[in-house]
Design a protein around this ligand. Structure first.
Ligand code: PGA
Ligand code: ZN
Length: 448
C-alpha cells in the first residue's frame, strides 16, 4: 500500500519547471519526473502551468504540485490500492478524480508523475524489474525480450534549435546492429563523425547543439541535412547498416492549408499539401529513410490518407514505403488512434506518456496500434528529465524502436545507458532476448 505521496517543482532540461512526484510504500521511495514538449499537439492532455503567475515566466507548475499534494495524495492513499496488482485501477481512479476529458482539472503532468511512481512501486512490490512489470501490465509475450533500435536525433531544427531548418528532427537508425550496445556504439561514433563533417563545412561554431542533443548547423533544406548524414555514416564506416528517419513536426509550419518551409529563414518555399507530399517521395527515393513522423499537420487528415494510399499503390506493400508515424495526429490517445485507422492515415504510433497522462492509457494506445499491425515508436519529449522510465517501457511493450535524442546530454543519455543496463541484466539472467534490428516495426508479433 501507498503510505505517502508528495510532489515538488523541479527543473527540466530546458530549465523550465516540471513536476516531481515522490511516493512511499513499505518497499521504499519511488519517483516520477514528468517531461514536457515544445512542438506540443493541440489534442494532447493538458500540461497544467501557472500562466497567471510571473514566476518562471508563467511556466511554474505549483498548481500541478498542489493537485498531487492536496487532491490526489489523500484520495489515493485512502483507497488502499495494491500497487503490485492494481495499476489499472489506480490509473482509472486518477482519471475519475480529474473528471475531465483532457485532464484539465488536476493536470496531466500531476497525474502522470503519480502513475509513473506507482508503476515503480508496483515493480518493487513484485520484486521484478520495471520493464517486466510493464510487460505484464501490457500482456505482452515474454520470450524473447526485445531490445529496441535507438533512433538518434542528431540534427535539430524546428522549434528545437536556433538554426533555420523547418524540419524538426533528422535521425540515425542503426538497424544493422545486432545488440543494444552495438547500436549505441554505431550511433555515438557516427555522431562524432557528424561533428567533424559540420566543423569542416561550417566551422567549429556550428557544432552547438539543440534541445535534443543534435547539432544545429546553419542549413535550411532537408536534403542538406540528409547529405550531412550520408557523409557522416560513410566516414564512420556504417553505410547500409544505419538508416535515416525524419520528424518534420509539420503542425508547427502549417497555416491556412499551406506548409511554410520558410517559417524560420523566410525564403524557403511555401508548399501545398501535394507539393510537400512530392518532396517526401523524392527524399524517400533518394535516401534510406525508414520512418517518417508527422509528415502532415495534426488535423490535415486528407493529406495523410492520400499519402498512405499512394505509398501502397507504388510499393504494393513492400519495404520501400517508410513507417508513417502519427505523433500530433494521434497523441497517444485511443480515440485518435482509432480515427487514424479508420482513415488509413498512418501505420505507426508515436508513444509519449505525457500526451495522455497515465501508464495504463499509454499501454492501451500501444496495444490498439499493435492490433492494427502498426509499429509503435516510444518517445521522449524535447523538455526531458533524468528519469529513465521510457527505457523500461520500450522493452516491456516490445515496441522494437524508440527515440530519445542524440547520444549526448545527460537527460538523453540516461535512457540509452538504462537500455544497455537492461540488455546486460537480461543476458545475465539467462532469459531469451533479441535485438529488434531490421524488424523494428513488427517485433511485437512476429518475433515471438
Ligand atoms: P516535442 O517534440 O517533445 O517538443 O513535442 C518531439 C516530437 O515532436 O516528436
Ligand atoms: Zn513528433
Amino acid at each position: 500500500y501507498i503510505t505517502s505521496i508528495t510532489a515538488a517543482q523541479r527543473l527540466d532540461s530546458r530549465g523550465n519547471p516540471t513536476v516531481q512526484v515522490t511516493l512511499t510504500t513499505d518497499k521504499g521511495t519511488f519517483r516520477g519526473l514528468v517531461p514536457s514538449g515544445a512542438s506540443t499537439g493541440i489534442h494532447e492532455a493538458l500540461e497544467l502551468r501557472d500562466t497567471e503567475s510571473a514566476a518562471y515566466g508563467g511556466k511554474g507548475v505549483q498548481q500541478a504540485v498542489l493537485s498531487v499534494k492536496s487532491t490526489i495524495a489523500p484520495a489515493l492513499i485512502a483507497k488502499r490500492f495494491s500497487v503490485e496488482t492494481q495499476q489499472k485501477e489506480i490509473d482509472a481512479f486518477l482519471c475519475e478524480l480529474d473528471g475531465t476529458k483532457g485532464k484539465k482539472r488536476l493536470g496531466a503532468n500531476a497525474i502522470l508523475g503519480v502513475s509513473m511512481a506507482c508503476a515503480r512501486a508496483g515493480a518493487a512490490a513484485a520484486g521484478i524489474p520495471l520493464y517486466e512489470f510493464l510487460r505484464q501490465e501490457a500482456g505482452a509475450p515474454k520470450a524473447p525480450y526485445v531490445l529496441p533500435v535507438p533512433f538518434f536525433n542528431v540534427l535539430n531544427g524546428g522549434v528545437h534549435s536556433g538554426n533555420t531548418m523547418a524540419f524538426q528532427e533528422i535521425m540515425l537508425a542503426p538497424v544493422g546492429a545486432t545488440s543494444m550496445a552495438e547500436a549505441i556504439q554505431m550511433g555515438a561514433e557516427t555522431y562524432q563523425h557528424l561533428k567533424k563533417v559540420i566543423t569542416k563545412k561550417f566551422g567549429a561554431s556550428a557544432t552547438s547543439i539543440g534541445d535534443e542533443g543534435g547539432f544545429a548547423p546553419p542549413i535550411s533544406q532537408p536534403h542538406e541535412a540528409l547529405d550531412l548524414l550520408v557523409e557522416a555514416v560513410a566516414a564512420a564506416g556504417y553505410t547500409g547498416r544505419i538508416k535515416f528517419a525524419m520528424d518534420p513536426a509539420s503542425s508547427e509550419f502549417f497555416h491556412d492549408g499551406i506548409y511554410d518551409l520558410g517559417i524560420k529563414d523566410k525564403v524557403s518555399p511555401k508548399l501545398t499539401p501535394p507539393e510537400l507530399s512530392d518532396l517526401y517521395r523524392e527524399l524517400i527515393a533518394k535516401y534510406p529513410i525508414v520512418l517518417l513522423e508527422d509528415p502532415f499537420a495534426e488535423d490535415d487528415w486528407e493529406t495523410w490518407s492520400k499519402f498512405m494510399a499512394k505509398g501502397r499503390e507504388v510499393d504494393d506493400g513492400v519495404e520501400r514505403m517508410p513507417e508513417i508515424v502519427g505523433d500530433d495526429l494521434t497523441v497517444t490517445n485511443v480515440e485518435r488512434v482509432r480515427e487514424a485507422k479508420e482513415k488509413e492515415a498512418c501505420n505507426g504510433l508515436l508513444l509519449k506518456i505525457n500526451q495522455i497522462g497515465t501508464i495504463t492509457e499509454a499501454i492501451a494506445a500501444a496495444n490498439l496500434a499493435f492490433s492494427y499491425g502498426w509499429g509503435v515508436f516510444v518517445s521522449h519529449r524535447s523538455g526531458e528529465t533524468t528519469d529513465d522510465f521510457i527505457a523500461d517501457l520500450t522493452v516491456g511493450l516490445r515496441t522494437g524502436h524508440l527515440k530519445t535524442g542524440a547520444p549526448a546530454r545527460g537527460e538523453r543519455v540516461v535512457k540509452y545507458n538504462r537500455l544497455m543496463d537492461i540488455e546486460d541484466e537480461i543476458r545475465a539472467s539467462g532469459e531469451e532476448m533479441k535485438f529488434a534490428g531490421k524488424e523494428f516495426r513488427t517485433t511485437h508479433g512476429k518475433m515471438a
